[in-house]
Design a protein around this ligand. Structure first.
Ligand SMILES: Nc1ncnc2c1ncn2[C@@H]1O[C@H](COP(=O)(O)OP(=O)(O)O)[C@@H](O)[C@H]1O
Ligand SMILES: [Mg+2]
Length: 156
C-alpha cells in the first residue's frame, strides 16, 4: 500500500495524431488510461475525458476547418497533478473574449453548442489558452486528483 504523502516522479507522455474526428476517442481513451495511475474517481476520470474530448474536437473542427493538420497532446503527471496540453497549428483565434463566452460558436451549422470552453474550464483547476491567428492554438490544463482513492475498475 502506498503512503499518502509518497512523492511520485514526473511521468509524461506525448501523442501526435492527424486531425481527424475518428481520433478524438483515441485521444480520450489514451489520456484516461495514462492518468488512471493517479487513481482518480470515476467522476474525475469522466471530467478529464470530457476536457480531452472538447479540446481535441475544437482543434480538429475549428483549428483545421479546411484540411487535415496535426494535433499535439502532452500529458504530465507530477504528484497529484495532471497537466495536459492540447495544441494545433491551425487558423488560430482572433477574438479570445468572444469565443470564451458561453454559447458562442462560430459553427452553428455544425450544431455546435458553444459550451466547450465553459465546460473545459469548469472541470479543471487551471486553464490557459494561447492563440495566434494563422499559427494555431494551445490549451493548457492542470487538474489535481484529490486524495488517493482505492483501486477501482476503470472502463476507459
Ligand atoms: N483550436 C481552435 N482553433 C480555432 N478556433 C477555435 C479553436 N477552439 C475553439 N475555437 C473557436 O471558439 C469557439 C467556441 O468554442 P467552444 O466553446 O468549444 O464551442 P463550439 O466548439 O461548440 O463552437 C468555436 O466556435 C471556434 O470559433
Ligand atoms: Mg467546442
Amino acid at each position: 500500500m502506498k503512503a499518502v504523502n509518497q512523492m511520485r516522479a514526473t511521468n509524461q507522455m506525448s501523442l501526435t495524431f492527424s486531425a481527424l474526428s475518428e481520433n478524438e476517442s483515441f485521444a480520450r481513451v489514451a489520456v484516461a488510461a495514462f492518468v488512471s495511475q493517479l487513481n482518480p474517481t470515476m467522476e474525475e476520470l469522466t471530467e478529464i475525458k470530457t476536457v480531452v474530448s472538447e479540446a481535441v474536437t475544437n482543434a480538429i473542427i475549428h483549428g483545421y476547418p479546411d484540411g487535415v493538420g496535426e494535433v499535439f497532446l502532452n500529458c504530465n503527471i507530477m504528484d497529484d497533478r495532471m497537466e495536459l496540453v492540447v495544441e494545433d497549428k491551425g487558423i488560430g483565434i482572433k477574438d479570445m473574449d468572444l469565443v470564451r463566452q458561453p454559447l458562442y460558436t462560430s459553427r452553428p451549422e455544425l450544431e455546435r453548442s458553444g459550451m466547450g470552453f465553459t465546460i473545459m474550464e469548469s472541470f479543471v483547476d487551471e486553464f490557459e489558452v494561447e492563440s495566434e491567428v494563422g499559427c494555431g492554438t494551445r490549451l493548457r490544463f492542470v487538474k489535481r486528483i484529490l486524495a488517493p482513492h482505492g483501486a477501482a475498475n476503470y472502463e476507459v
